[in-house]
Design a protein around this ligand. Structure first.
Ligand code: FES
Length: 581
């Protein structure tokens, strides 16, 4: 083997003849292909190097994505200085805060699959050798990590960073405060002027939503699972040190190419457990319980809602991050970022320290020298009296396959009340807007699951309106849809099986008593099995009005939320993976 060059840190890179990019660069029959590279200003020396895809979801749709081009450029510098040829491309992202509360939200979860598929197809189609994914808005994180595992070429994930907090009348605010202000405005406790003042100051910079919502939760996952460089996620999007972090990722992916360490060697069952621990410890988004099974599927590991629930049940809630706590993402960065949460868990024996990461070192090695700063309460060390379960997985006759509930920030974790059923989010939001519900009701929003929605919409507009009206714990909201990471209150999502496939949630009627008990992990409708069976016989599937396109396709093939709403067999169905071509 002839080595072409070495990385910046001195590691020997593999010869071109061993890399996928040989298929587009070597031999007389590839002259047409080479002519295309020359047409882009490249020369023979450059196309002899390993090809590294640098994908971001940069776009002008939202602040979440707007800073990614600069970081992708810095990644490319790092790749080039370590002997690679970086090739940049973009994929889509759907911005949940903009899609929220209307038809657009049906596109959100579906976009996760499109992001994974588009990155996969781009890399396959052009025979690249390695990959750096620069993600930000919610579904771009799991979508890109899924693609990294599916392709199994040396890869690194880089999070684009969170927004700076807004400042409103002496307190830090995020977009969550604006969603909740809509409820307060409807309830008449906030004026037009106050609402306008808040909306103008809540989001002062580029970056993702500023609490421990879905993007920041999945960013924590990217470090905990080993696919992101240690300490790379928490710096705010607009901080200049992101250039250095990004360039370092470019260097590091070349080291991975030299060492041969691949994503599927990193994401093991233990790594998935580490990720679930960090989600629970940080009071993270319930969406993680949807994305972790989907990520696991790409490695051929069955890691279901029940598996995640077992991890959640034994994980203390260490942080005080919004929406359940006081602090925003920048505050976590100021005390040391995600490594501090991981340090606390490792010290308590709650992380698998020997899991490998893209740094080429184990989790425990990465955390050497990391300490939990004193005199702060953003992240606390584990103590014996600490409560477990920022998140709880429930099951019962209403959710035989499971459901998820965030208890972080709740004053009580049980609820019993009569059902008020709505067959769409719009119907429920209208009732909440009119305050057409009683304290003690259980609002049931159904036919919003992966297939039924289709697209498993988030119910933030409705939960935020309840919070804004001061009723976030006075009523419960249960759904086969899902919740934004910014949701707070007595909210239970992912009820599986979903209504569209005849799950028990479809059989509930107004007035049925529903009992929720997070301590027992139960969610039940208090009707007997005979009555449920009788109703099941009468139930008829609803006709969808989505008869074509991406939503139709997703509605045909998406699995239950309990297994991640996945759309393909994953590594279990593979005969060979891309990286062995
Ligand atoms: Fe993009 Fe929240 S909408 S991260």
């Amino acid at each position: 083997m002839t080595s072409l060059s070495r990385t910046r840190r001195g590691a020997e890179l593999p010869a071109k003849t061993e890399l996928p990019s040989r298929h587009v660069t070597l031999g007389p029959h590839r002259a047409p292909h080479r002519s295309f590279y020359y047409a882009m200003g490249l020369g023979p020396e450059e196309i002899a190097k390993p090809f590294v895809g640098v994908v971001s979801c940069w776009n002008e749709a939202a602040p979440c994505n707007i800073a990614l081009d600069r970081q992708a450029a810095a990644v490319k510098e790092g790749v080039a200085e370590s002997g690679g040829l970086p090739r940049e491309f973009c994929t889509i992202s759907v911005t949940d805060s903009l899609a929220m509360g209307h038809e657009g939200m049906r596109s959100s979860l579906v976009s996760r699959e499109v992001i994974a598929d588009s990155v996969e197809l781009f890399i396959r189609g052009h025979s690249y050798d390695a990959l750096v994914c620069v993600g930000s808005c919610d579904k771009s994180l799991p979508g890109m990590m899924m693609a990294m595992l599916r392709l199994n070429v040396p890869s690194i994930f880089l999070y684009g960073g969170s927004i700076l907090p807004g400042r409103f009348r002496g307190r830090d605010v995020t977009v969550q405060d604006v969603f909740e202000a809509v409820g307060a405005h409807q309830a008449g406790t906030m004026s037009d002027e106050e609402l306008h003042e808040l909306e103008c100051v809540a989001c002062p910079s580029a970056g993702t939503c500023g609490g421990q919502y879905t993007a920041n939760t999945m960013a924590c996952v990217s470090e905990a699972i080993g696919l992101a460089m240690p300490g790379s996620t928490s710096a705010p999007a607009v901080y200049s040190n992101r250039d250095r972090i990004a360039r370092n990722c470019g260097n590091a992916v070349m080291d991975l190419l030299a060492s041969g360490l691949r994503p599927r060697q990193i994401v093991t069952r233990e790594a998935l457990e580490n990720a679930a621990r960090v989600v629970a410890a940080s009071g993270g988004s319930t969406n993680a319980a949807l994305h972790l099974p989907a990520i696991a599927n790409e490695v051929g590991i069955e890691f279901t809602l029940a598996d995640i629930g077992a991890i959640f049940a034994s994980t203390p809630y260490l942080t005080s991050l919004k929406p359940g706590g006081k602090y925003v993402a920048k505050d976590l960065y100021d005390v040391g970022g995600v490594p501090v949460i991981m340090r606390a868990l490792l010290d308590a024996g709650l992380l698998h320290g020997d899991c490998m990461t893209v740094s080429g070192r184990t989790i425990a090695q990465n955390l050497e020298g990391v300490t939990i700063p004193p005199n702060q309460d953003v992240v606390r060390p584990v103590t014996e009296t600490m409560k477990t379960g920022g998140l709880v997985v429930l099951s019962g006759n209403l959710a035989p396959e499971g459901a998820i509930m965030k208890v972080a920030g709740l004053t009580h974790a049980d609820f019993r009340g009569p059902a008020r059923c709505f067959d769409s989010e719009e119907a429920a939001f209208e009732a909440v807007k009119q305050h057409a519900y009683q304290k003690g009701d259980v609002l049931v929003i159904r036919y919003e699951g992966p297939r039924g929605g289709p697209g498993m919409r988030e119910m933030l507009s409705t939960t935020a309106a309840l919070a804004g009206q001061g009723d976030d714990e006075g009523v419960a909201l249960i759904t086969d849809g899902r919740f934004s990471g910014a949701t707070r209150g007595m909210s239970i999502g992912h009820i599986s099986p979903e209504a569209a496939t005849g799950g028990p949630i479809a059989l509930v009627r107004d007035g049925d008593m529903i009992a929720i008990d997070a301590a027992l992990g139960r969610i039940d409708v208090e009707i007997d099995a005979e009555e449920l069976a009788r109703r099941e016989k009468e139930w008829k599937p609803r006709v969808t009005r989505y008869g074509s396109g991406a939503l139709w396709r997703f509605a045909q093939i998406a699995s239950s939320a309990a297994s991640g709403a996945i759309t393909h067999p994953g590594a279990a169905g593979e005969v060979f993976d891309y990286s062995s071509l």
